[in-house]
Design a protein around this ligand. Structure first.
Ligand code: FES
Length: 150
């Protein structure tokens, strides 16, 4: 585990998919999965700083919040938007807003990240970097009402 909050290098974040990592939610004292997304070149070169190249989100759809966008091999993306494979919701990779699908108008939960010298760092006071990749144990809470499918 990196003590300085470094997650990975920008080069390791795929162009048309996501980089999966695990954080600890310090408020709730539990591990959660998160993803990094590389924005398209235009968004970065068009007045953006190096840090504008990468965004970070919790890895959970806003339709059913136990559903992961990146199931371990990268979330699908279409035209620069993240796609939930379960019911086809689209999320803007720069704002996290759902533009289409059952949770249209909802936002993914953002994590503060910055890029320095080609490395992505987690700078969010509410989360602590744990490791790259998925959570080792899935502590899914099936009692949560928001998770019921009908
Ligand atoms: S769970 Fe993601 S769109 Fe339904």
């Amino acid at each position: 585990m990196a003590e300085d909050g470094s997650i990975t290098s920008v080069a390791d974040v795929p162009d048309e998919s996501t980089f999966l990592f695990t954080v600890r939610d310090l408020d709730e004292d539990e591990q959660k999965e998160a993803i990094l997304v590389k924005l398209d070149e235009e968004a970065v070169t068009d007045g953006g700083s190096e840090s504008a190249a990468i965004t970070g989100w919790l890895n959970y759809c806003q339709h059913f919040t136990h559903i992961k966008l990146d199931k371990g091999s990268g979330a699908p993306m279409r035209d620069g938007e993240l796609v939930c494979a379960n019911h086809g919701a689209y999320f803007e990779s720069d704002s996290g807003r759902c533009t289409y699908g059952p949770c249209e108008g909802a936002y993914l939960t953002e994590l503060d990240v910055v890029v320095e010298d080609g490395t992505v760092y987690l700078t969010d006071d509410d989360y602590e970097f744990v490791d790259t990749g998925p959570m080792e144990t899935d502590d899914l809470d099936l009692s949560s009402k928001s998770n019921y499918e009908f």
